[in-house]
Ligand binder design. Sequence first.
Ligand code: ZN
Length: 494
Amino acid sequence: MDKQQAKELFLDTLRRTSRLRSAAALLEWDMDTIMPPKGLNVRAETAGAISGEIFRLSTADEFGRAVEILKETPAENDAKMARMLEVADRDYTRFKKIPLQEYEAYSVAAAQSSQIWKEAKANNDYDMYAPHLQKMIDFSRSFADKWGYEKHAYDALLEEYDPALLSDQIDPVFAELLAGTKEILSSVPQRQSRPEVPVAEKNQYEIGMYLLKTMGYDLQAGNLYSTEHPFTCTVHSGDVRVTTKYHENQPSSSVFSVMHEGGHGMYEQNISPDLDGSNLMDGTSMGIHESQSRFWENIVGRSLGFWQSNFNEVCRLAGKPLEQNAEEYWKSINHIQPSLIRIEADELTYNLHIIIRYELEKQILNTSISAKELPELWNAKYKEYLGVQPANNNQGIMQDSHWAGGSFGYFPSYAIGNLYAAQFAASMQKELGAVSSLVGSTNGLGSIAHWLKANVQQYGKLKTPEQILKDATGQTLNAKPFLEYMRQKVKSLY
Ligand code: ZN
């Protein structure tokens, strides 16, 4: 194979796998939205066949050889090509370590386990779910061993979501976050939250569409749907769908799901079209992805300024006042109280839910603990960190879908995203002025969206997460800006 052939093969493989990923995303979308229950078994196999094909293309010996040939002459590769090769090489090496059969078995088992988790959750039946969870744990341990790691098996899985972040780096940051959170929490007076004003689904949909437009999410390249669990589905940058779930008696839930998923969606929509069909057309890490969703959900969506300028319109769309005024509404959506369910947690205690999962994941990967033993450990940690105890496993260990799908190592990204978002906000503030004012006008929201696009989103995977953070903030991962932001916020709330 000469250099020209290597280049053609390399680019062609990336383009094909990128399109296959689009197909896989659509199948998954259908599975999570309108597929009838009897579609499951064959669909799981179909999804397995597509991921198997992606796997086969990305691990073909000739693809590996093409990467080697192109890497031999680094001077001839521009920055984009160099980074494409770096990402392809890492994926190739990682993929190559897992036998195809094991990978396919994992894909099928993960799809089944996710489905069983839904049933088990509906019946509050952990025993039904435990053997499937155990399978996911076993696969993950086997992958970690094959991928390899220096110190902790868990690091091999973290790399899947946040390349280059090791648990030894996360530990001190989370320790600071935990201590700071406890200290801030101790200054928050505990009082009951008021029930929300109910809003009909169709009005909530109108509110969701209004929020997406206000944020600058491109409705010609996406749309809003409703599903059991809110998520963002990227088919490609021109087709990025977001979903929400409507709770009639708790309309704020959809408000924040929409802003959260809309933030993810804007990241995917705003990646430079130059990267289309390459392996860089994607968020650079889960942590950075979460920083974009949380920026919109929390820093914008839970701010006073945003509601001062949008409260009246949202109430008009709701067909009724949601509170006495914008300030009261802002207070109600910032009610801080330790609770059982991660996705309903407030901005401050949310990270404690993540630290609990992070500590359990380290135990799951670094020790030989079994699925059967997990509920007890889960409950003990909730008591210790949040002072609450789940009455059943539905409100406890079965609340999340991640482990059911074999995604160990994913959770830390949520808290890391919160920390990155506050780091970005601090930098943005130096360039554009107070974020608390920017959120209060259409122009200001436009400057926020533009800053995020220019400093983070447009690059896709062209820059590493560390590079993005360093270029945009001059820092590495750090809990201080988040804690400072929360301290100020709690002071103005109480
Ligand atoms: Zn998210």
